[in-house]
Design a protein around this ligand. Structure first.
Ligand code: ATP
Ligand code: MG
Length: 258
């Protein structure tokens, strides 16, 4: 059975539904008329030229910005006006295109702080007898960072930084993970391990993944479907093979040299 055949058998009911989603700001239309369903357990990749609106769409889904048109729903329940933290509690977690780490904090401290914040607890890092030690160890083990627990974020390679961002995300146990260019800045040697980690979080831990990525070779091995964004709109949404063979996509996107 092919990888995509396995994936098709695995994905389930629609979990996230976007309906006519749009965002206008300062007189400019950034996202327009995006309608799509994401199925439980699916890996949906977003591609498109710079400025196509991919990050803005993730901002709309995670709640960083409020849509000026359309609606979105999780498991049939409307999310449209809900703030980021409520969406996070319902299982929507994201990473950012640019690094969101604290350079002088250690790897373990990042994860512990995320666990404390999740529980609404104290942010005091100097409390050594943390109730989160086992959890922190477990998350670092799952992300391959166990041996780097005491390193500061500044000491990490780009690939390790991206793993730490995933570790922080995993503390919230999101069922829907939005990953915005997780390979950005990562050296070619570190891409395979990071790809494997994302594959494990998706396949073995059963999380639904939405991922923006410019590395097509990475996506073709991971994605069940590819969504192509162009000028804020959804230009195509289909299997990776169908999308890359689509002449409209080739003209609008692949033809631009990506
Ligand atoms: N807060 C904002 N105010 C005004 N314009 C914005 C704002 N945020 C994004 N934009 C514009 O919206 C467009 C889409 O930006 P966005 O970051 O969503 O694109 P992207 O597809 O993620 O691009 P990239 O591949 O470069 O990350 C860009 O032209 C950007 O300048
Ligand atoms: Mg972006």
């Amino acid at each position: 059975m092919t990888a995509s055949g396995t994936a098709t058998a695995r994905v389930g009911a629609p979990v996230l539904r976007l309906d006519g989603l749009g965002w206008r700001v300062g007189g400019a239309t950034i996202v327009e008329g995006v309608t799509l369903d994401v199925r439980e357990g699916e890996f949906l990749a977003f591609i498109g030229p710079n400025g196509a609106g991919k990050t803005s769409l993730f901002n709309l889904i995670s709640g960083i910005v409020v849509p000026t048109a359309g609606t979105l729903a999780l498991d049939g329940a409307d999310l449209t006006g809900l703030p980021v933290h409520t969406r996070a509690r319902r299982g929507i977690g994201r990473t950012f295109q640019t690094s969101s780490l604290w350079p002088r904090m250690t790897v373990a401290e990042h994860v512990r702080l995320a666990a404390q914040a999740r529980n609404g607890g104290s942010h005091r890092l100097w409390r050594r007898a943390s109730p989160y030690t086992a959890e922190v160890d477990g998350v670092l083990e799952r992300t391959g960072l166990g041996h780097r627990a005491g390193a500061t974020a500044a000491e990490l390679s780009h690939g390790e930084k991206r793993k730490l961002e995933l570790a922080v995300l995993l503390v919230g146990e999101p069922r829907l993970m939005l990953l915005d260019e997780p390979m950005a800045g990562v050296s070619a040697e570190e891409v395979p391990a990071l790809t494997e980690l994302i594959r494990t979080l998706h396949r073995e831990e059963g999380r639904t993944v939405l991922m923006v990525e410019h590395h097509m070779d990475v996506l073709l091995g991971l994605a069940d479907r590819l969504a192509v964004m162009h000028h804020g709109r959804l230009l195509a949404l289909d299997s990776p093979d169908a999308v890359t063979a689509d002449p409209v996509v080739q003209r609008a996107y692949l033809g631009e040299g990506l």
